[in-house]
Design a protein around this ligand. Sequence first.
Ligand SMILES: Cc1cc2nc3c(=O)[nH]c(=O)nc-3n(C[C@H](O)[C@H](O)[C@H](O)COP(=O)(O)O)c2cc1C
Length: 396
Amino acid sequence: MTKASRAVASPRVVNIEDLRTLARARLPKIVFDYLDGGAEDEVTLQANRRAFDAVTFRPRLGVPTDPCDLRTRVLGFHVSFPALLAPVGYSRLMHADGEIAASRAAGAAGTIYILSTISGHRLEDVKAASSGPVWYQLYLLGGREAAEAALERARLAGFSALVVTIDAPVAGMRERDFRNGMKELLGGSLLSKLPFLPQLLARPGWLTEFLLDGGVPKLPNIVVSGQGPMPLIDVGAALARTAVTWEDLDWIRKAWPGPMVIKGVLTGDDARRAVDEGAVAVVVSNHGGRQLDCVPATLRVLPEVVAAVNGRAEVLMDGGVRRGSDIIKAICLGARAVLVGRAYAYGLGAAGEAGVARALQILRADVERTLKLLGCTSIAALNRSYVDVSASWQGS
Ligand SMILES: Cc1cc2nc3c(=O)[nH]c(=O)nc-3n(C[C@H](O)[C@H](O)[C@H](O)COP(=O)(O)O)c2cc1C
């Protein structure tokens, strides 16, 4: 057992915030801030969290709650509890095992891993690592031809659903990344890197692992013909050249015959449009507050989207989920399940696979305890009657 795995297994690690503290201690500032930060003033980043505080529980006491059934189904796939692992790009910077570690931990916990296009590991290896379903998240980086090639590989490797992210026509303005020198460190000259090197040297454990892993990874699932795998440094500019529009869904659906999920909707209108275009699920998401700042907290718009979709597709949500009670609240407000991003990525940054496993264990235990305290015997039995929503939430 490594020192990092021992640290996440300590009984003093009781919640996701504790994993965040461990990730901060192991990762260089530039990597921790990339993971932790949001766009501009981080208004939406904070709003996502605060929204959960505005929802209170209405427990039913004196109800027997053993056994308590945490299982649900998402797009027909059984999950052991209602949290999926969201696509998190650059995971290999957080830990050398990156996406492979996260995928393996998700499968072992009985849930679904969603692999970002911006992966440092080959999609075939990520799929093989999990004993459970793995979905592929698509950006059109590298253009249509590169996307079609990746989708064909994903299909052959056995990925079971496609998640098309529509909220990133350009990268959001994550100011921490600029201040920390993300651009220079990913691709600049040695001279331009110099001012930013002390933060790497301050984390020798991470730095050694990073160098042994070959340094800044390339993106083996974005292969532009004749050029090979795309370098990480090119992502920002490539994103802006290849925004996904509703028109693209036509050819994407042809290239991907399996189920399609649209991630990043924040209004009832866009959710309806996504379903009309063939989505079998939508993810209410503001990208964890990393794209357009000052959009509302996802939990607040969830009821609007649930009403607009009206049972024609499943509704998932993400943003700010740090506790099992957050998961329960989202389900009471109509989500089928949630995606967690930072909650598991802190674990990944703290200790690789062991850290992700610990994050999922914490969330799962939280969900079970909360259900019992609420006097509810299953995820399936949750509904709006178990929560009260702040009067200040109009229209929900
Ligand atoms: C470090 C990081 C990288 C991300 N990369 C991607 C990505 O490549 N594709 C994507 O669709 N969403 C990406 N997201 C957004 C997540 O999928 C998810 O929407 C968000 O993290 C949810 O908020 P939470 O972190 O508060 O749980 C990323 C989020 C983080 C924190």
